[in-house]
Design a protein around this ligand. Structure first.
Ligand code: SF4
Length: 197
């Protein structure tokens, strides 16, 4: 795993990227950058474990996929200024890969916000795009299905069988290959510790 190469390749794709030794350093950087904004956070074990919601809501209007919201608040979410997510995999070549069941996270990172932030632990790094997709489908998705207590085949033995379950969480696969033209900025905070799945 070569974190310098990842940073270099992300920047070459128009995606801002910084490396932080610890989750706390990354959290401090987020708090320093994001103030007075309407922030929407996708469901993420990484963001949960770092305490991002609790930290950002001190100085921002924050909506999180994992916190109950009213229908009115869900409408407000569509007008987010900042979107926060992690990634299921990050290729050393600079592509960011995510798998979504509902599509909220994927759509939130694609269009219409001032800035998208990805917070990614080094455990998500893979050598290239094929291995990143492999990781997202065969490592991250089964672990997330198990965490959610779903009745999908992968929760039995951790192996994806490309199921047709009604509870399938692998409905959308996104590959961010460069900063989307429809967002102002896109930034990856790469953290030098394992975070999330
Ligand atoms: S496609 Fe089905 S079996 Fe495969 S990881 Fe997703 S939910 Fe699990």
């Amino acid at each position: 795993m070569n974190t310098e190469k990842v940073i270099e390749n992300l920047r070459a794709r128009g995606i801002e990227a910084e490396y932080y030794e610890s989750p706390q350093q990354a959290l401090d950087a987020l708090c320093a950058e994001i103030c007075g904004k309407r922030v929407v956070m996708g469901g993420s074990v990484t963001l949960r474990d770092m305490g991002v919601f609790e930290a950002l809501k001190e100085h921002n209007d924050v909506y999180w996929h994992w916190v109950e919201r009213s229908p009115e608040q869900r409408q407000i979410e569509c007008r987010a200024q900042v979107y926060m997510a992690s990634a299921n995999a990050l290729a050393e070549t600079g592509e960011i890969v995510n798998i979504d069941g509902t599509g909220n996270r994927v759509s939130g990172t694609m269009y219409g916000v001032e800035c998208v932030y990805y917070v990614v632990g080094v455990n998500k790094i893979t050598p290239d795009l094929p291995s990143a997709i492999e990781r997202a489908r065969h490592t991250a998705a089964p672990l997330n299905a198990k965490r959610l207590g779903l009745s999908t085949p992968c929760t039995v033995d951790g192996k994806c069988r490309d199921c047709r379950s009604g509870q399938r969480i692998c409905n959308v696969l996104s590959v961010t290959m460069g900063k989307p033209g429809g967002v102002g900025r896109c930034k990856v905070l790469l953290v030098g510790q394992p975070l999330g799945y």
